[in-house]
Design a protein around this ligand. Structure first.
Ligand code: ADP
Length: 641
């Protein structure tokens, strides 16, 4: 058996290019439909042999055509049109630099009847994220089974995940039948086993095929060795399976960016995720709700009369409407919903467990927003489908949780629209993908609790106070001097007639936050509540001072984002651990060293120093009075109205 060809293998970094190549290929070879599928199973199950067989035995690889297409689509920048398509290509590279390190190889092959793209992903459990990525664009999943071993945990896991990310067709490929004497009883038992499982997780149906990848039996041609099997060979099945459009929803285009090369042209660029569109069609933009009509459909190869799901296009509209990157242009009668709180299923993909309450980037459709997850309602045991109690999600765990986005985003349930309902979660510091998930529905809270518009605005309050509100956020180790300096700053501001309030960490823990401990999740909630209270106080026009260790960058950033631009002033009270420990004002370091105090910052819990604090105070270089004077001098001009 020859090795499978490699020339037409794409790596994920080029996913955007693949999308374009596919769109261009379909355009040129419109008669043939495209089936995207994924093979799930490990190397031992015979996965590479199977893929190799499909590629090699069909022997209709069009690597030349593809290479030509790829170079064509890269030439567009020089076509001398109004549009600067180089911009478009740059935009795609920005997408690709998200830091998503996922290993999926896409292979292309074609037969007389159909074109295929197979996503090949490493099969071990730790590669769940690859599998999810590959499956998220697939129409069909081939679940590979070793006839000697039957349905394994991994098979169940893959079936569950593929179903979760919207794969509609399943093939149970019972391989290595030659090693069990082509015995029908073995096959039937495996099929019965899987049948019971798939009913449990709601997979509507599947096709089981007995095969032997090594000999090629039932892969491309029907095999004589198993006369008891009357069904199609794998390839035949793949050629016949109906590929319905991805969703029944009307036209949708998440806007990837706004293309504005000159004053006369304003185009909205992206890949159509559902439906079809023609010039003249009525559209509605979410958020905002503005309506207009399509003026032109612009592509690499000139204007079009029609375009559909999967195609990368630029739309121009008849009216000047409010529409920006992240907006969704949809059929006027089928706009997506807008919400900021959802129930979702999440697959956790990082070594470091999910931290409930922490802010992650959530990327869906064309939008990337800060978002946080509540502690999971439950985790799911993929073997038994049992719901397990869970406080967090570890690597490869699957759970259901409430997701809250920083602002309302256009969305549709995943079952209806994979692009708007599917999301990935990205760590905000490392930029690594840490999870993936599907949005089920918006929580009613987000739709029923509206922001009450008040007549006395925050600006009116501030004007009455005769100042600009600020939040002075003091952060640093315990004993660094936060309370001491904040207290002096408040005294000075007060003496100057400013309206201030100091929220002290210890004091807040006696009241508002007395139900919280010192675990990571509780610390995050502590800071979140303090942030919300401080925000209300700035709404009332006050200059608020807070003295909290607030050891994690992510949480300080969370509070910064709650406030209006420029209102959050981070003050790093920088004192080396050894100095703070020597001072040991409250005797806490001694207790922590003696092991009587767990999770103490600096001892057995980390302190993440600010990278971009507005004000940096080195307490080894100045007295508390000098520090307070410095801060007040810096602030006074900013407090004036
Ligand atoms: P925190 O609020 O950061 O836990 P505190 O303000 O309660 O810290 O305690 C800091 C202690 O360090 C106080 O007793 C303060 O007098 C002392 N200290 C000594 N030098 C300085 C300095 N340069 N700046 C701030 N505090 C200092």
């Amino acid at each position: 058996m020859n090795a499978p060809p490699a020339a037409n293998t794409y790596r994920p970094a080029e996913e955007a290019l693949i999308e374009r190549d596919i769109a261009a290929y379909l355009e040129a070879h419109g008669r043939k439909s495209l089936l995207r599928f994924i093979t799930c199973g490990s190397v031992d199950d015979g996965k590479s042999t199977l893929i190799g067989r499909l590629l090699y035995d069909t022997a209709m690889i069009f690597e030349d055509q593809l290479a030509a297409l790829a170079s064509d689509s890269r030439k567009v920048g020089t076509q001398g049109q109004n549009l600067d398509f180089a911009l478009l290509v740059d935009g795609l590279s920005a997408e690709r630099e998200q830091g998503i390190t996922i290993d999926v190889a896409y292979r292309f092959f074609t037969t007389e009847k159909r074109k295929f793209i197979v996503a090949d992903t490493p099969g071990h459990e730790q590669f769940t994220r690859n599998m999810v990525t590959g499956a998220s664009t697939a129409d069909l999943a081939v679940l590979l089974i070793d006839a000697r071993r039957g349905v394994l945990t991994q098979t169940r896991r893959h079936a569950f995940l593929a179903n979760l990310v919207g794969v509609r067709h399943f093939v149970l490929a019972v391989n290595k039948m030659d090693l069990v004497g082509h015995d029908q009883a073995v096959f039937d038992a495996i099929v019965a086993d899987f049948d019971a499982f798939r009913r449990q997780i709601g997979i509507p149906g599947f096709t089981a095929i007995p095969m032997a990848a090594l000999t090629g039996a039932n892969i491309v041609r029907r095999a004589d060795e198993m006369p008891w099997y009357q069904g199609p060979a794998l390839l035949e099945h793949l050629e016949q399976v109906p590929v319905e459009p991805a969703s029944a929803a009307g036209f949708r285009l998440p806007v990837q960016w706004v293309n504005r090369p000159n004053l006369d042209f304003r185009g909205f660029t992206g890949t159509i995720t559902a439906g079809r569109i023609r010039p003249g069609d009525a559209v509605r933009i979410t958020p905002g709700g503005a309506t207009s009509r399509v003026a032109r459909i612009v592509t690499f190869d000139g204007d079009r009369e029609e375009a559909g799901a999967g195609e990368a296009i630029t739309l121009t509209l008849a009216d000047e409407v409010d529409c920006s990157r992240g907006s969704v242009i949809a059929a006027a009668d089928a706009p997506p919903e807008l919400a900021d709180q959802f129930e979702a299923t999440i697959v956790w993909m990082a070594d470091e467990a999910l931290v409930p309450g922490r802010s992650y980037w959530l990327k869906t459709g064309a939008v990337t927003v800060p978002a946080s997850l509540a502690a999971p309602k439950y985790a799911i045991d993929v073997n038994t489908m049992e719901h397990l109690a869970a406080k967090s999600l570890e690597l490869n765990h699957i759970g259901v949780a409430t997701v809250t986005t920083h602002r309302a985003i256009p969305f549709a349930p995943y079952a209806e629209d994979r692009a708007l309902g599917g999301f990935i979660l990205i760590d905000r510091d490392s930029n690594a993908t840490v999870g993936a998930g599907t949005l089920h529905f918006a929580l009613r809270r987000s739709q029923n609790v509206h922001w009450q518009a008040l007549d006395i605005t925050r600006d009116a309050h501030a004007a009455n106070m005769g100042q600009r509100p600020k939040l002075l956020w003091f952060t640093g180790l315990s004993g660094a001097g936060k309370s001491t300096i904040a207290n002096l700053v408040e005294k000075r501001l007060h003496a100057l007639g400013h309206k201030t309030f100091l929220l002290d960490g210890d004091n807040v823990r006696h009241g508002l936050n007395k139900d919280l401990g010192f675990t990571e999740a509780d610390r995050i909630e502590n800071i979140r509540r303090v942030g919300e209270v401080a925000k209300l106080m700035t709404d009332a026009g006050l200059v608020v001072l807070t003295a909290f260790i607030s050891p994690f960058r992510a949480e300080r950033r969370m509070v910064r984002e709650m406030l209006t631009d420029g209102e959050f002033i981070e003050i790093f009270v920088d004192t080396p651990l050894s100095v703070a420990e020597d001072r040991d004002v409250k005797g806490l370091y001694k207790k922590a060293r003696a092991g009587q105090l767990k999770n103490f910052t600096g001892i057995d819990s980390p302190y993440e120093a600010p990278e971009t604090a507005e004000i940096h105070i080195d307490t080894t270089a100045m007295t508390p009075e000098a520090a307070a004077a410095l801060i007040v001098d810096r602030l006074l001009p900013e407090l004036r109205r």
